[in-house]
Design a protein around this ligand. Sequence first.
Ligand SMILES: [Zn+2]
Ligand SMILES: [Zn+2]
Length: 269
Amino acid sequence: MIIADMHTHSENSHDSRANILKNADFAYNNGIDVFAVTDHADIQFYNERNIYNAIKNSVKEAKEANEKYKGKVKVLHGVELGESIWSMHYACEILDSNEFDVVLLSVHDLRTKKILKPFSDFDFTALTRDELFDFINKYFEYLLLSLKSVKCDICAHLTLPFRYINNKCNLNLSTKLFEDKITEILKYLIENNIALEANVSKSNGGMIPEKWIFEKYKALDGCLITIGSDAHVTENLGCGILETAKLLKNMGFENYYYYEKRKPIAIKL
Ligand SMILES: [Zn+2]
Ligand SMILES: [Zn+2]
């Protein structure tokens, strides 16, 4: 089976030092057939981090690696577009000035009166239960708005706040409590041919979203799934892809997908 990792970062992201050529070399030596470079375009930091140039460079390097590893590893050039609705002008500038193979849509940051940082840096134990519920409901609403705001291919790490709420802050909050909101998003993805990502980042403590959400997706006739390691270091590239593909097969899915030139390509499970 083809191993395709649709979510990886490089030194063109603020939080990674990985080199794309080294990643391609690692992929070649570890049986990873396809990987997409999807560096962060976090719109709220557009000027502060010079996102425009970083993404231009990411695309250039991914194309060069693809050329160098032709016939060995397919290196796709994509982007992880975060917080698109903070500035539609900047989001469109990124999308219009690059011809991506794939566009991931993410939400990592949602500001409220009490939460003034991205999820990854916030201490959720500082919230009351009502505030926490309110925040999570807002996350799903904000994600849906973001998905509607631009043409994207993959919804990345649906339920991301739970990575921090449960794994970092140990609040033990069940995603099941938000089944209605999650179902609404799954339906939107299916109706609009946007793939659901199985994010198997090492920071998750498991797959995001959880298995029951993929079962729900299947019950709604969803079939477009990608798998992403969300690797920020070379040695995590491709991690968990094969195991996740097996899990999806056991759940009754027939394929998983990778994207090239914004089109899904099926990989038989
Ligand atoms: Zn992300
Ligand atoms: Zn990522």
